[in-house]
Write a protein that binds this ligand. Structure first.
Ligand SMILES: Cc1cc2nc3c(=O)[nH]c(=O)nc-3n(C[C@H](O)[C@H](O)[C@H](O)COP(=O)(O)OP(=O)(O)OC[C@H]3O[C@@H](n4cnc5c(N)ncnc54)[C@H](O)[C@@H]3O)c2cc1C
Length: 371
């Protein structure tokens, strides 16, 4: 059976990987010379800690298992290093205490740590804070290595073909299968097809995605100059608990107001150590289109202030700034899946957890094809 995958981001690439491993012949097309969208602009977090109890946590834990397997066979910088969400005031620490007592806390690998326990695990955190919520299930990959690492692994399979610079402008289904064409009329056909366009909801997909429960979210990000080669966890601040659904039933109402800048730009601090010793930092959230085309400085000043407080030292300078857009499901569904013809699906809308759950999303597609 021949499978066509449209989209070279992490959702498309995970579909290609799991389809090849399941014995399908795979043709994988991408509009750009190399993927440039959300999957290379993100933190690379495999973030189990923030997932809502129930189905969302279950898919994240399944994905976490798959990441471990994939990370052992492809060079993607997978590191199961865990995370520390750091409490800077009593109220945040109280909410973390509640989180560490949740029914599924053990599944997430949650542990409540006091200041000295944090310091012994992460000596760079010499600043002012009360303690942290550790999540041993959180992990990270390197966004700069991820897609090329997976494709290098895929290229070792004779039944995988990668076609960049192929922008799909039309899709049709007939008795011979599912077909996509580019503007020059070049055609790629397969028995089965997964279209994984990320936030490119328009163009040939307009007729299928019109009124679909999807929205786009715009985020600002940055990377510091090389900083600390000893950092061994991804770090979050207490503001992150306001955004992640894992914490939604806890005493968030006791948290003090967010700082003006953090509130204005809907911010949290996430900080991820990279293999070149730089730190990926972010983020902001903009939900209403049209998005700003400008990279604003105020959010970076805020992030550097929080980092300085946690590290007890001046924050490293920012060397690179960028922004990114992801597609997010706005329904109860964890992500968006729609069959547009027999054997052809559109899969997107993984939102801010799209990287985390990508292997499990792909697994659900492959399983549906095998039924
Ligand atoms: C700044 C930022 C930080 C994030 N951090 C995290 C994180 O740490 N952890 C996490 O779990 N998630 C994170 N996310 C979310 C995650 O990155 C996304 O959910 C995920 O990357 C989406 O993958 P995708 O393959 O659906 O989309 P994309 O990465 O956007 O890939 C879609 C691909 O399809 C191609 N394409 C589109 N249309 C066509 C066409 N017509 N023809 C051919 N090709 C086409 C595009 O060129 C693109 O390469 C973050 C997102 C952003 C923006």
């Amino acid at each position: 059976m021949k499978v066509v995958i449209v989209g070279g981001g992490i959702i498309g690439t995970m579909h290609a990987l799991l389809a090849v491993d399941a014995g399908y012949t795979v043709v994988h097309v991408e509009r750009d010379a190399a993927p440039l969208s959300a999957s290379i602009r993100n933190f690379g977090l495999v973030w189990v800690s923030g997932r809502q109890s129930g189905a969302e946590l279950a898919i994240a834990l399944r994905a976490r298992t798959l990441w471990e397997e994939i990370g052992s066979k492809a060079k993607i910088g997978f590191r199961p290093w865990g995370s520390l969400t750091v409490a800077q005031n009593e109220a945040e620490y109280t909410v973390m205490k509640e989180a560490a007592a949740m029914d599924d806390a053990e599944l997430r690998g949650f542990n409540l740590l006091d200041h000295n326990q944090v310091l012994s695990k992460e000596p760079e955190l010499k600043g002012k804070y009360l303690g942290a919520l550790e999540c041993t299930q959180d992990a990270m990959v390197e966004p700069s290595l991820l897609l090329t690492g997976l494709r290098n692994y895929l290229r070792s399979h004779p039944n995988y073909e990668w076609i960049p610079n192929f922008e799909v402008v039309d899709f049709y289904h007939d008795e011979t299968g599912n077909h996509v064409t580019d503007i020059l009329g070049n055609k790629v056909s397969g028995d089965l097809m997964a279209i994984c366009p990320g936030a490119a909801h328009s163009g040939f997909l307009t007729e299928f995605l019109d009124a679909a429960p999807l929205r786009k979210v715009h985020l600002q990000m940055g990377a510091t100059v090389p900083y600390a080669d000893s950092l061994k966890h991804s770090i979050a601040d207490g503001d992150s608990m306001r955004y992640y659904p894992a914490f939604k039933d806890l005493s968030l109402d006791i948290l003090p107001p967010q700082s003006e800048v953090a509130s204005q730009y809907k911010m949290q601090l996430l900080l991820v150590p990279r293999i070149d010793f730089s730190l990926t930092i972010g983020d902001t959230h903009e939900y209403i289109e049209p998005f700003s085309h400008e990279i604003l400085e105020a959010p970076y000043d805020h992030l550097r202030q929080v980092i300085a407080n946690l590290f007890g030292a001046p924050a490293p300078l920012i060397a690179r700034r960028w922004s990114g857009v992801y597609s997010q499901s706005t329904s109860q569904d964890i992500y968006f899946r729609k069959e547009i013809a027999p054997g052809a699906v559109v899969v997107t809308g993984g939102g801010g957890r799209g990287n985390t759950i990508s292997p499990a999303i792909a697994e659900e597609t492959i399983t549906s094809w095998q039924k």
